[in-house]
Design a binder for this molecule. Structure first.
Ligand SMILES: C[S@@+](CC[C@H](N)C(=O)[O-])C[C@H]1O[C@@H](n2cnc3c(N)ncnc32)[C@H](O)[C@@H]1O
Length: 267
């Protein structure tokens, strides 16, 4: 059971738009190869964008609802021909359904930070990549973005009961930073070509962000769901107030966010 069980719909309307902020960079650093493997495709933004560029794409995710959401999005795009270049399978690392050295490009957008064994995951990405094929990975840095920092503050002020930590045991964990991600890539025998911080502005309607959290997405979603109705209502009221300074003239929230990007390849 993954932490994304049953949240695909809520994810698509909220945090998927956040994660999509890295898609242009991930496409740029993985020029079309023989086969583009997108690991942990979620609701499919990156896989579809790669297919739209004419790439042959295999998107995989261990969560059945995420696979269904990506397939549905691909089906809607068949008329525009992007869908036909995209296959979607229910699978995950470290059991990726590809032979060794078979992928011309590999992406894992905000996935290595969600798996039970990050090193085994990166080793499997390395296994399926062809020699010198780009393997592009992103993770969130340790410090929460402003949207989640506000949620944490609102939860504490509302007296929310804590939920069990989703942190990995120290032997399996790694520093959630560009350097931390680069070091587990090196441990997997990869050469690191780029290791940098990506910065962008995420624009999202407050109702969509709240729907993602109330729908159970991520640590904030798990915490929110564990509260009584009264505490949930108080958190929502408080967090909307804390988000208010981020509202722009069109009514959407605009958050400055950052991610760690590592692009590596096998020698
Ligand atoms: C934060 S979401 C990112 C989804 C997508 N890459 C995006 O950018 O929107 C993390 C995804 O990783 C998937 N995932 C969890 N464990 C995985 C594993 N062992 N292998 C591959 N994907 C996994 C989840 O099901 C979820 O769809």
């Amino acid at each position: 059971m993954s932490s994304f069980d049953g949240v695909a719909g809520a994810y698509r309307r909220s945090f998927a738009t956040l994660c999509a902020g890295t898609v242009p960079t991930l496409l740029e650093v993985t020029a079309p190869g023989e086969l583009h493997l997108d690991v942990g495709c979620g609701t499919g933004d990156l896989a579809l964008a790669a297919a739209r560029e004419g790439r042959r794409v295999l998107a995989v995710d261990p969560d059945a609802d995420m696979v269904a959401a990506t397939r549905e999005a691909a089906t809607l795009e068949v008329a525009a021909s992007a869908g036909s270049a995209l296959s979607v399978e229910e699978a995950g690392a470290p059991l990726l359904p590809l032979p060794d050295r078979s992928a011309g490009a590999v992406t894992a957008n905000f996935v290595v930070n969600h798996v039970p064994d990050p090193r085994a995951t990166v080793r499997d990405l390395a296994r399926v990549a062809a020699p010198s094929a780009p393997i592009a990975m992103t993770i969130w840095p340790a410090a929460p973005g402003p949207h989640l920092a506000a949620f944490g503050e609102a939860s504490r002020a509302a007296g929310a009961v804590p939920v069990p930590s989703a942190r990995l045991v120290p032997e399996l964990d790694f520093p959630r930073s560009t350097d931390g991600l680069a070091s587990i890539a090196r441990e997997a025998g990869l050469q690191v070509g780029r290791a940098e911080e990506l910065l962008w502005t995420w624009r999202v309607a407050a109702d969509e962000l709240m729907a993602g959290i109330a729908g159970g997405v991520g640590g904030a979603g798990r915490l929110h769901r564990a509260q009584t109705g009264a505490v949930r209502a108080e958190i929502e009221e408080r967090v909307r107030r804390l988000w208010a300074p981020y509202v722009e003239t069109d009514g959407a929230l605009a958050f400055a966010v950052s991610a760690a990007l590592v692009v590596a390849s096998r020698p």
